[in-house]
Design a protein around this ligand. Structure first.
Ligand code: COA
Length: 164
């Protein structure tokens, strides 16, 4: 397994991987793949990593800036994240998250927030203390991992690319 930053030529593969991975998910908006392109076009794709296996892209993760109570203070959103169906539960997702966190830490990020299944992201160190909100969504799904500084409190807002 190799994890590397995206290259311009990866765009179509990332788009298709994301589209297909989210298609069967009941919670999917169907906009995850276009979101990645919108973030990239807006210069908000802070980090875009792919996982390669035998030369094929089998996983992808995106990180983009978020605001908390309207303030951008070094926090980033995790997602979308996708692993090809036939390669899920083999550690690719975990490796993509770990590498992304490592790079953001090196860049001096304050932390990473996400909306997702606590069973999956809790294993990667994410937790919900109920202080971070996302509309009226159950706060157990609004998770964060602090890299430096105090735990954030307030309303989480993702980059405009998520509104496609
Ligand atoms: C979510 C996703 C990216 C996880 O990638 P993955 O490569 O399968 O995950 P990993 O194999 O690295 O597993 C990471 C941990 O999460 C757990 N996990 C993975 N999928 C899970 C699931 N559906 N339910 C519960 N736990 C799960 C694994 O057991 C593992 O825990 P461990 O370290 O204790 O063994 C992948 O399943 C996927 O692409 N799903 C479709 C798209 C999607 O739902 N994206 C996320 C939206 S929030």
């Amino acid at each position: 397994m190799k994890i590397r930053g995206e290259l311009p030529a990866d765009d179509a593969a990332i788009h298709e991987l994301t589209r297909v991975a989210f298609e069967p998910m009941p919670f999917s908006s169907g906009t995850e793949a276009p979101i990645i392109r919108a973030l990239r076009a807006a210069g908000d794709l802070t980090l875009s990593l792919v996982a390669e296996d035998d030369g094929a892209i089998v996983g992808h993760i995106a990180f983009s800036p978020v605001s908390i109570d309207g303030v951008h203070a070094g926090w980033f959103g995790l997602g979308p994240i996708s692993v090809r169906a036939d390669r899920q539960r083999q550690g690719f997702g975990k490796a993509l998250i770990a590498r992304g966190l490592e790079l953001l830490r090196e860049q001096g990020a304050a932390g990473v927030a996400l909306i997702g299944n606590p069973d999956i992201y809790g294993r990667a160190g994410f937790e919900s203390d109920g202080l971070l909100a996302y509309g009226d969504l159950d706060r157990r799904f609004v998770q964060r991992l602090v890299l430096s500084g105090p735990p954030p409190r307030g309303e989480l807002k993702f980059a405009p690319g998520f509104d496609v």
